[in-house]
Design a binder for this molecule. Structure first.
Ligand code: ZN
Length: 165
C-alpha cells in the first residue's frame, strides 16, 4: 500500500492521483552524470565500495543534486571520487537504466561524457567511493556494474578518437 506524499491518504502506486486530495505522482527517471576517463585505448574503472553492486567495476559518476546539470554532476562526482578535475570531451550518449534504491527499483537516465586526466594531474581514489582502480582495454572490458555503462563503452569503442578532449 502506498501513501500520498502530500496528505498521507492511501493511494495507488505511481502513476496515480491521490483519491483524497488529487495530488498526482509519476514515475520519472532520475538523471545521473558519469565519465569515461580515456587514455589511448584504455579507460578507468573503479571497484564499487558500497551497495548496490558492491565489489563490481564501474565508471565514476552519480546522481544530479537538485537542479544540477548532469555534466556538472559528472565533474563533481569525478572530483569527489578521483580527486582530480577532469578535462571534458564529447558527450557520448544517454541510456535508461534501473537502480535499486531503498527497496525499490527506480528508472535512471544515465548520461556519459568522454574525459581524460589533465597532464600532470594525479588520481587519488576516495576509499569511501572505490576500493580499487584499474585501467582496462576498451576492446576487452571487465563486466561493469550497470548495463548502461556497458552501452556507453560500446559507443566509445566505435570511434574513441572523436570523443577525447
Ligand atoms: Zn493526497
Amino acid at each position: 500500500m502506498r501513501h500520498c506524499p502530500r496528505c498521507g491518504a492511501s493511494s495507488d502506486a505511481p502513476p496515480a492521483a491521490c483519491p483524497a486530495c488529487g495530488y498526482e505522482t509519476f514515475v520519472n527517471p532520475r538523471p545521473t552524470g558519469t565519465v569515461v576517463v580515456l587514455d589511448g585505448d584504455r579507460f578507468l574503472v573503479i571497484r564499487r565500495a558500497r551497495p548496490p553492486q558492491q565489489g563490481l567495476w564501474e565508471l565514476p559518476g552519480g546522481f544530479c543534486d537538485g537542479w544540477e546539470h548532469p555534466r556538472d554532476a559528472a565533474a563533481r562526482e569525478a572530483r569527489e571520487e578521483l580527486g582530480v578535475d577532469l578535462d571534458f570531451g564529447a558527450f557520448i550518449g544517454m541510456w535508461i537504466g534501473a537502480y535499486e534504491f531503498q527497496d525499490e527499483t527506480v528508472p535512471v537516465l544515465d548520461c556519459f561524457w568522454a574525459t581524460r586526466v589533465p597532464a600532470g594531474a594525479a588520481i587519488t581514489l576516495d576509499p569511501a567511493e572505490g576500493s580499487a582502480l584499474a585501467w582496462v582495454p576498451l576492446s576487452d572490458p571487465p563486466p561493469l556494474a550497470f548495463p548502461t555503462m556497458e552501452s556507453a563503452i560500446r559507443e566509445v569503442r566505435r570511434s574513441p578518437g572523436r570523443l577525447v578532449p
